[in-house]
Design a protein around this ligand. Structure first.
Ligand code: HEM
Length: 370
């Protein structure tokens, strides 16, 4: 009855890694009485999230857990309703629209870093999360925010969302977008601080491109190494480290039969550690994501934002925010890891892959004496 429940509760990342190391591309474990099948190839990702996207749903357990928090928001809604909501909400998240948020993102990052004193110790995990909300509050009158976007959304027939649905969707977008991006940035600073040669190269790029100017959207195309750092961070520490689906009926996944109500699981954390696509997988190496190297990766070998019709709606937004904030903060400060800390992902992370005890860093201001 218990299956791997205790092992999962104790350390789910180790359990997932053990499964693929011991059993290969498809492995099965029991979560209490429920069988859960872990698929670990890009081809299976395509099968489950693209080809059979509508043969699966998120399952009763997920619906029950999230409904009290986000009602019927897009993260858990299903079927035609999900498709309609997705169409309604998607336009402002498309690449051609998100550039308009860049200045606001940089403005908040400036406010945050200006508050740091040289030599001060901060917990970057908190700084990347709570401070953002604090900085946002006094500026609640800004009109380019997510709530305004939802209020403006119209269906093809001109219809709008009900107030209740707007409330569900804004809670969803805030919940789905906030902690994930903060987690990604936290790991990026940790990896940079522990790989000084990468940190130096990124700061060199930022300094030579920006020449002391605050970054803008237009600068990003000339900051490719900074983007590579972000992508490599999302490979090693994908905030959404496991994505599950429940079969609505018996489904043949390339010869493997998933029965109705069984769980299919894909873990970007284990998938991103396949040595055939990412040699020496534990090594932090932004060179994996030069445009030439990235082209060599099979589709779906790298999927920090999921895949198929339910792929993260905020993926371009998150990449823009991460890219800009890395550049804007690296320009002004260098983070130095406080010695003697054990930084590791929380083995019991339920939603995102956060560091267990935060990450304490000393802020070294780069603008001292200028
Ligand atoms: C680094 C940051 C982020 C990561 C790693 C991430 C990851 C993901 C993943 C893996 C999914 C797919 C879940 C599934 O298939 O079950 C997802 C869905 C979603 N994400 Fe993100 N996300 C990030 C940032 C954001 C942002 C900034 C927003 C909004 C502002 C957002 C909003 C959403 C929403 C609404 C969904 C549900 C989409 C649907 O089911 O149609 N995410 N995200």
């Amino acid at each position: 009855m218990v299956g791997s429940l205790f092992a999962y509760r104790r350390d789910r990342l180790s359990l997932l890694m053990r499964m693929i190391q011991e059993c290969g591309d498809v492995s099965c474990f029991h979560f209490g009485p429920f069988p859960l099948v872990l698929f670990n190839t890009p081809e299976y990702v395509h099968n489950i999230f693209v080809e059979h996207a509508y043969d699966f749903d998120k399952g009763e357990a997920m619906h029950k857990a999230f409904r009290p928090l986000i009602g019927n928001g897009i993260f858990i809604s299903e079927g035609d309703f999900h498709r309609r909501q997705r169409k309604l909400i998607a336009p402002p998240f498309q690449p051609r629209h998100i550039s308009s948020y860049a200045d606001l993102m940089v403005k908040y990052s400036e406010q945050i870093q200006q508050g740091w004193k040289n030599g001060e110790t901060v917990d970057v995990s908190q700084e990347m999360t709570q401070k953002m909300i604090d900085e946002r509050r006094p500026n609640a009158e800004e009109r380019n925010d997510l709530l305004s976007i939802l209020l403006q959304a119209r269906g093809e027939d001109g219809s709008r969302m009900s107030d209740e649905q707007i409330s569900d969707e804004s809670l969803t977008l805030f919940g789905a977008g906030h902690e994930t991006t903060a987690t990604a940035l936290t790991w990026a600073w940790y990896l940079l601080a522990t790989h000084p040669e990468v940190y130096r190269e990124m700061q060199h790029e930022v300094d030579s491109v920006l020449q002391d100017r605050t970054p803008t959207y237009a600068d990003l195309a000339r900051l490719p190494y900074t983007l590579q750092v972000l992508k490599e961070t999302l490979r090693l520490y994908p905030p959404a480290y496991a994505i599950s689906r429940v079969a609505q009926h018996d489904i043949d996944i390339d010869g493997y039969l998933i029965h109705k109500n069984e769980y299919a699981l894909v873990s970007p954390y284990t998938l991103h550690r396949r040595p055939d696509y990412f040699p020496d997988p534990e090594k932090f190496d932004p060179q994996r994501f030069t445009p030439e190297n990235e082209k060599l990766l099979p589709r779906y070998a790298y999927m920090p934002f999921g895949a198929g019709p339910r792929i993260c709606i905020g993926n371009h937004f998150a990449m823009l925010e991460g890219h800009l904030l890395l550049a804007a903060l690296a320009q002004r400060v260098t983070f130095e890891l406080v010695a003697g800390q054990k930084v590791a992902p929380d083995p019991n992370a339920t939603l995102t892959l956060r560091p267990k005890r935060g990450v304490k860093m000393i802020v070294r201001r780069r603008d001292m004496g200028r």
